[in-house]
Write a protein that binds this ligand. Structure first.
Ligand code: NA7
Length: 545
């Protein structure tokens, strides 16, 4: 069994004072706590909204939830003992196993004594005179801290569309990103699932097997590659343990923080037969690596079309009903220009008798009624509605912290036209505030633990250097942030990524959100070099005092 935090809130006490407060106890918050506390000797507290650690994986417990990165590299690389002591059971880790892993790491490093659970941050404000942040919680506690570090993840603010009448629905409804820990019983129920992104594509085959009837409401048809999940053998575990140095070296030297390399071939420079053979092999191997089959899948429309065509053909081989096939065939965007899902029997699900597909482009949702969902064509009676409708990604988790920087300047104001950061790490006028995997960093375009470790290491070095030099304040310079935003835009525009009009990378999934491409698409290795250069230049672009 794992141990939980022993910290209990102390109301009506004088504010607690810390060197650093970290918001969030997922992969990033846990590692940041370890680095600041155990390496720099700082007095640190982690504030976590959930009743347990795990971050994204604490909340995303929907049936079928597992990571799309492979388990042997969806983990920390910073500690040899942990790396050698832990074994994953499946090719892709399920949410339960990821929580077990994070608890294992926390117990090994004795992290929980500095983590305060069930503590939601209500607001935080910077005080110019004291150079301290004041953090207030929903529960009424106050904390003072020199450094404030947000470790809230990119996908932690659930996006529940504002459908008229949801409050009148007599059945139960859930969002996948806020799943009840006790689970949901679908037996004998008529279930409606809205959304066919990575989450919906993982969820649908499981719901179809557990419910009486599943109705899937699809707005945009999606591509998906078979995951080909399976158990990991003890021999594979041994081999990976022996090769870990090489795994991490490859992961850090590539574009996406995965330990596989991008092919050096162009999809349009090979013969049709060669191309087909390469795609077929990648299809059989399964997983996100399909993207790396050719170097130009995300850079050239023609190359991209070859991948999109191949997957469309595969969907046609699987889906038996021609009408359903037509609805399920993605045509409005190229493969991987939106985050590409991987699946375990998604398209096969539509061959089942108890599954129907509603094309929301042909019949949009008008309202939720007492009995179910009404589209422009008819009412669908349901007992349970599951929203697999994604997240207010990148900025949502940060804006809801109600952060106020220098002289009362609110983050909402600073980011009114979209996020403006320097390296994704800092925002001008928000001194001593660091964001782990913030907008403007590679984040979700990467294998997340690798992206997180790079950010945490950079922040730790930065704070260590400040303390060594007797400095107490660091703030991104506005010109540096402007130039960085231009670099983020240029990196995105060198790819096909901004072309998918419904992509959450652009904020397009949330009505009213500014359309800005948010992650840095210039590659993980290149980004790391830029950050390291800035450290070496004595923090170019940051004002420190
Ligand atoms: P995504 O990828 O944002 O998918 C959300 C899905 O929900 C997608 O199919 C959306 O359609 C659909 N959606 C969103 N809002 C609506 C409304 N109002 N009506 C109908 N359908 C809607 O989120 P996921 O949770 O699947 O995945 C997020 C990431 O988590 C994933 O990429 C991995 O990195 C892990 P749309 O495509 O916008 O037309």
């Amino acid at each position: 069994m794992t141990t939980q935090s022993i910290i209990t809130p102390t109301l009506n006490a004088p504010p607690h004072e810390f060197d650093a407060i970290i918001i969030g106890a997922g992969f990033s918050g846990l590692y940041q706590l370890h680095k600041l506390r155990d390496e720099l000797g700082l007095n640190v507290r982690v504030l976590e909204k959930g009743a347990g650690i795990g971050g994204t994986w604490f909340w995303n417990r929907y049936p079928g939830a597992r990571c799309d990165s492979e388990s042997y590299y969806y983990c920390y690389s910073f500690n040899k003992e942990i790396e050698q002591a832990w074994s994953w059971s499946e090719r892709y880790p399920e949410h339960t196993e990821i929580r077990k892993y994070l608890n294992f790491v926390s117990d090994r490093l004795d992290l929980k004594r500095d983590i305060q659970l069930d503590t939601e941050v209500k607001s935080a404000a910077f005080n110019e005179a004291s150079t301290m942040w004041k953090v207030e919680t929903v529960g009424g506690e106050t904390f003072l801290t020199r450094f404030l570090i947000t470790a809230v993840g990119c996908l932690s603010a659930a996006n529940v569309p504002k459908f008229e009448g949801l409050e009148n629905f007599k059945g139960d409804w859930y969002h996948t990103g806020n799943w009840p820990p006790e689970g949901v019983d679908f037996a004998g129920k008529r279930v409606g699932q809205i959304g066919t992104g990575s989450t919906g594509i993982q969820l649908a085959p499981v719901l179809a097997g557990r419910s009486q009837h599943l109705t899937i409401f699809q707005r945009t048809a999606n591509y998906s590659i078979p995951a080909r999940n399976r158990s990991v053998t003890p021999e594979e575990v041994d081999l990976t343990r022996k090769n870990y140095d090489d795994v991490w070296r490859r992961a850090r030297s590539g574009t996406n923080g995965h330990p596989f390399t991008m092919s050096s071939l162009s999809a349009i420079a090979v013969t049709d037969a060669e191309r087909r053979a390469i795609y077929q092999k990648a299809w059989e191997r399964g997983g996100l690596r399909f993207r790396a089959s050719f170097k130009d899948i995300l850079a050239d429309n023609k190359a991209n079309e070859t991948a999109s065509d191949f997957i469309r053909e595969k969907i046609a081989e699987i889906v038996k009903n021609p009408e359903l096939l037509e609805k399920l065939t993605p045509r409005d965007h190229g493969f991987a220009t939106k985050r590409p899902p991987i699946d375990s029997g998604y398209f096969e699900t539509f061959n089942r008798d108890n599954v129907s597909l509603i094309d929301l482009k042909a019949e949009p949702i008008v309202q939720v009624t007492e009995k179910g969902i009404r589209t422009t064509k008819q009412e669908y009676e349901l007992d349970i509605i599951v929203f697999a409708t994604g997240f207010d990604a990148f900025t949502g988790p940060l804006l809801r912290l109600n952060l106020t920087g220098s002289h009362g300047y609110a983050l909402k104001e600073a980011w009114a036209a979209g996020p403006r950061t320097y390296l994704g790490l800092q925002t001008p006028k928000f001194p001593n505030l660091f964001t782990i995997t913030g907008p403007g960093s590679p984040s979700v375009l990467c294998n997340m633990p690798i992206a997180i470790e790079q950010h945490v290491d950079w922040i730790t070095t930065c704070i260590r250097d400040m303390r060594a030099q007797g400095l107490t304040r660091i703030e991104a310079e506005p010109e540096a942030a402007e130039q960085w935003v231009e670099q983020v835009n240029a990196a995105a525009n060198a790819t096909l990524l901004p072309m998918a009009s419904s992509s959450w990378y652009l904020g397009a999934n949330v009505p009213g959100k500014p359309r800005v491409f948010m992650p840095y698409a210039g590659g993980f290795a290149r980004y790391t070099d830029i950050c390291n250069d800035i450290t070496k230049s004595n923090y170019r672009g940051f004002a420190r005092s």
